[in-house]
Design a protein around this ligand. Sequence first.
Ligand SMILES: Cc1cc2nc3c(=O)[nH]c(=O)nc-3n(C[C@H](O)[C@H](O)[C@H](O)COP(=O)(O)OP(=O)(O)OC[C@H]3O[C@@H](n4cnc5c(N)ncnc54)[C@H](O)[C@@H]3O)c2cc1C
Length: 395
Amino acid sequence: MDFHLPDEIRMMRDTVARFVRRELMPLESLVIRREAERGLGDAPLIPPEMEAELQEKARSIGLWGIDVPEEYGGQNLGYLMKCVVWQQLRYSIVPFVLPPDSPNLYLLKQACRGDQIKEYLEPYARGEKKSCIAITEPSAGSDAAGIKTRAERKNNKWVINGSKIFISHARKADFIIVIAVTDPAKRARGGMTAFLVDKGTPGLSIPSNFAMIGEYAPYAIYLDNVEVGDDKVLGEVGQAFAPMQNRLSVRRMELAARSLGMADRCLQLMIEQANRRSTFGALLADRQAVQWWIADSYQEMEMCRLLMYRLAWRLDQGAQDFRLDASMVKLQATEMLQRVVDRAIQLYGGMGLSKELPLEYIYRVGRVYRVVEGASEVHRWVLARNLLKNGVPAD
Ligand SMILES: Cc1cc2nc3c(=O)[nH]c(=O)nc-3n(C[C@H](O)[C@H](O)[C@H](O)COP(=O)(O)OP(=O)(O)OC[C@H]3O[C@@H](n4cnc5c(N)ncnc54)[C@H](O)[C@@H]3O)c2cc1C
């Protein structure tokens, strides 16, 4: 057992940290203003030309294809590396992401066959194509097995009908991974299938975005007699449920990393303010309440960091089913973030609530994390169900 991050990961961590401080943090006030000004709309928080420039700069210092296999032109540096990168990037509130998005990459790597590799996986891995995943529906979110979108076989084609809500990045996506029911009798046990639906396919529409708390603007999607061939089935017919869950687990690990990055920022801000601000003739740093906020935050963050590193390490060792670990890491890290940012806001008082600082922005992002990718209660329920049935795992 070795608790040190390998040298190449530490070097990458420092490179990303420099990129964040030099390129992203100066853009924070712009992001805060654009978010406030866009109101109910979906205008991007980073202007597109600026985002393209940032992507170029990131690439020029080696930040690309981190978890992409070498055969698809990537660096294949693994999930531990990716977690460290995610964490560093989220030290800033600027919502800059390095393509490709790991969860869909994970799913495409597992499931693409034949021509799908050239048409979807390779351009996706190079960051040339964007995608999103459409699972949630008006009547089924946490209980994904309850979706109603139906794909039926007609004239050697699949005809998809249904509606999806809260689908992130749908308008930017070149293709959407749509989860539909192909066998209503079997559902999650052999009756759900994933389809690759290209932008512009007749019958596919993305009529509106949902105005939401925080930086989010997910979309509604309608599928009205959308026809696709067998070549658009991603993976096996009827077998989408388990790969979809593993894909969600990669996102859960990512949310944990991002939560840690934001918590790192909050803790740093807390330490600075506690050592600077005096009230009633004493520094806030000398008040026990403030000391405990700082001490508790640090301990909770370290516990989450270790859990996350262990999960990433297990994936890098080839773990095939990591759903329980991912539930635990996501649950702990997102709830930790809410406590830490809440303490930071309290420590800063009125300034903590203002848009002069990134804290209220982080607070709103953290609030979203407790619902998306499985609400906290669902993860507790899943963990309890497993422990009650199978007992405590050996290690
Ligand atoms: C910003 C944002 C982006 C999103 N992006 C996507 C996307 O890209 N693709 C996609 O498919 N979906 C997306 N979603 C949907 C998201 O995954 C769902 O909102 C989430 O799974 C919760 O489902 P729900 O909203 O239907 O809530 P429900 O399923 O109605 O649950 C509501 C609440 O009930 C409680 N609850 C539910 N089940 C249990 C249980 N078993 N035990 C105890 N309590 C329970 C929880 O507190 C939960 O918060 C997004 C949502 C948001 C807000």
